[in-house]
Design a protein around this ligand. Structure first.
Ligand code: BG6
Length: 490
């Protein structure tokens, strides 16, 4: 059965003036422009949308457009590039210079005549968020009125712990309302991640068994084969808990665990996610090693090539104790999930890139096949594959063919990618479109950010404390990760 309900056709977004800070940086070149190109290709970007690229490098618009041509060649179809490039202007700006915001305001007025919605995208290192938000706010550019909406887009990390997250938020809220602030988590825009809510709440089948009575445990895995690449400056200060757990892993947890909102509405969905974070049981710092295992990759082989260990990566401190792997066992203190462990695991330089949610149901209470079959019956499992296999797979027991009664595990599988590629947007194109249209469903709200930092900060403080830190297990790059985590996972 492949019934297709009529899907509302996404119409072209209203024109917007998009200001990209950090315009020569990696994020802009690798994610934002390809996302814009994808929106162009899908005819979702208004022809009147204009882009103001802002950077510290001295150059003019012509030079910037040439740079775009060089950096995007191959990554973006040339027809999309030809469509985008003429809409881009470049402005050199130093956010620390108080005069600079005035030039920004002038450049924006020149670009849109003051007539369009504005979107400020902070594609800059986190240390520049506060100066830039302040510069925008002080120049009066955060103000919106009936004719013009103004939004600001912030990439994670939103601070590095609870106090710094609040500090950033104080500055953002000094100039912007919560409804204007879009805190991106690109994981939420993945089709298969969005599908979790539909699977759970658009089918009557799963919800009745989606609780502590029937579910034994849930595993959420985000394994990567890549190392830290050129991001040592950021990563060595962050580590896996700040880089992956504070955001993507927590969001996946919330999608698995949340209650159904009464309506698919941004605020109602975000309310339910926050309730999950509010139920997080604090990790027991006295027995932290039972709930948290940290690792760091050593040298090894990936795809047949020798790769350096974390400590040998360029830019990493030679005595760094930053974890690149974490396994964490989390409990939610609420009616639905009491006693059900959620195993969260993420690491770099593991055997392969592999992201999935695995819901393990309880075993049947008693096996009526025990005389013939003997052994225990493997429990059902529902796997939601996010990468590379975009699948929903239900593992069930069936009768193996033949005259004797024997059990055979089988999978009922729906392959998401195979369904259709039509109208599919990549993660960043989807979040960018939502920023333009003003849909905050997939974005972090500040209360959720603070709840998650509130949960993680005591753990991070303990891990960051040299005298009292947890053991850091070295694992071989390209392997399965620390043995200790393997042993702890059911
Ligand atoms: C980013 C992290 O947010 O997500 C990276 O900063 C990580 O360290 C990346 O590699 C993973 O995203 P994806 O979409 O490739 O699974």
């Amino acid at each position: 059965m492949t019934d297709q309900f009529s899907c509302p056709v996404q119409t072209q977004a209203d024109p917007v003036s998009l200001v990209v800070f950090g315009a020569t940086g990696d994020l802009a070149m690798r994610k934002i422009y390809p996302a814009l190109a994808s929106l162009c290709r899908n005819q979702l970007l208004s022809h009147d949308t204009r882009i103001l690229a802002v950077g510290r490098t001295e150059m003019d618009t012509e030079q910037y457009r040439n740079l775009l041509g060089d950096r995007l060649a191959g990554a973006v179809p040339s027809s999309c590039l030809a469509d985008l490039a003429p809409r881009v202007s470049y402005l050199r700006m130093d956010p620390e210079d108080p005069a600079s915001a005035r030039f920004l305001a002038l450049a924006l007025n020149e670009l849109d005549g003051g007539a369009k919605d504005r979107l400020f995208y902070l594609a800059v290192p986190p240390s520049a968020y506060i100066p830039l938000a302040t510069a925008i706010g002080e120049a009066g550019l955060a103000r919106q009125d009936e004719d013009r909406r103004v939004r600001i887009v912030v990439e994670k990390p939103f601070g590095r712990d609870l106090p710094t997250a609040r500090e950033l938020d104080d500055v953002l809220h000094r100039y912007f309302r919560e409804s204007q602030i879009f805190r991106i988590d690109h994981y939420m825009a993945k089709e298969t991640v969005q599908n979790v809510l539909l699977l759970r709440f658009a089918n009557a089948l799963f919800e009745p068994v989606w609780n502590r009575r029937y579910i034994d445990h849930i595993r959420i895995t985000a394994a990567e084969d890549l190392g830290i690449g050129h991001r040592a400056g950021f990563y060595d200060q962050a580590g896996v808990l700040r880089d992956m757990f504070q955001n993507h892993m927590m969001m996946l947890l919330a999608l698995c665990a949340m209650e159904p909102p009464s309506l698919f509405d941004a605020e109602l969905v975000r309310d339910e996610r926050s309730k999950v974070f509010r139920s997080l049981r604090p990790l027991d710092l006295e027995r932290l090693d039972e709930q948290l295992i940290l690792g760091q990759y050593g040298p090894g082989m990936v795809d047949g090539k020798t790769v350096p260990g974390y400590l040998q990566e360029p830019g990493v401190r030679p005595d760094s104790t930053t974890p690149t792997f974490a396994w964490m066992k989390v409990y939610l203190d609420n009616w639905r999930w009491q006693g059900v462990p959620f195993h969260l695991c993420s690491g770099k330089r593991l055997a392969a890139k592999h992201t999935e949610i695995s819901v393990q149901f309880k075993s049947v209470p008693v096996s009526m096949f025990r005389k013939t079959h003997g052994g225990a019956i493997p429990p059902n499992r529902l796997v939601i594959g996010i990468h590379p296999h975009e699948v929903v797979r239900l593992e069930v027991q069936t009768k193996g063919q033949g005259s004797r009664l024997c059990l055979q595990g089988q999978s009922m599988e729906f392959s998401y990618g195979a369904a259709s590629d039509l109208g599919r947007l990549d993660d960043y194109a989807k979040v960018l479109l939502d920023c333009i249209t003003g849909d905050q469903t997939l974005f972090w709200r500040q209360d959720a950010v603070e709840l998650c930092w509130g949960f993680l900060t005591p753990v991070l403080d303990r891990c960051d404390c040299a005298d009292d830190a947890l053991p850091l297990h070295t694992y071989v790059a390209g392997g399965p990760g620390p043995r200790e985590a393997d042993r702890a996972t059911p």
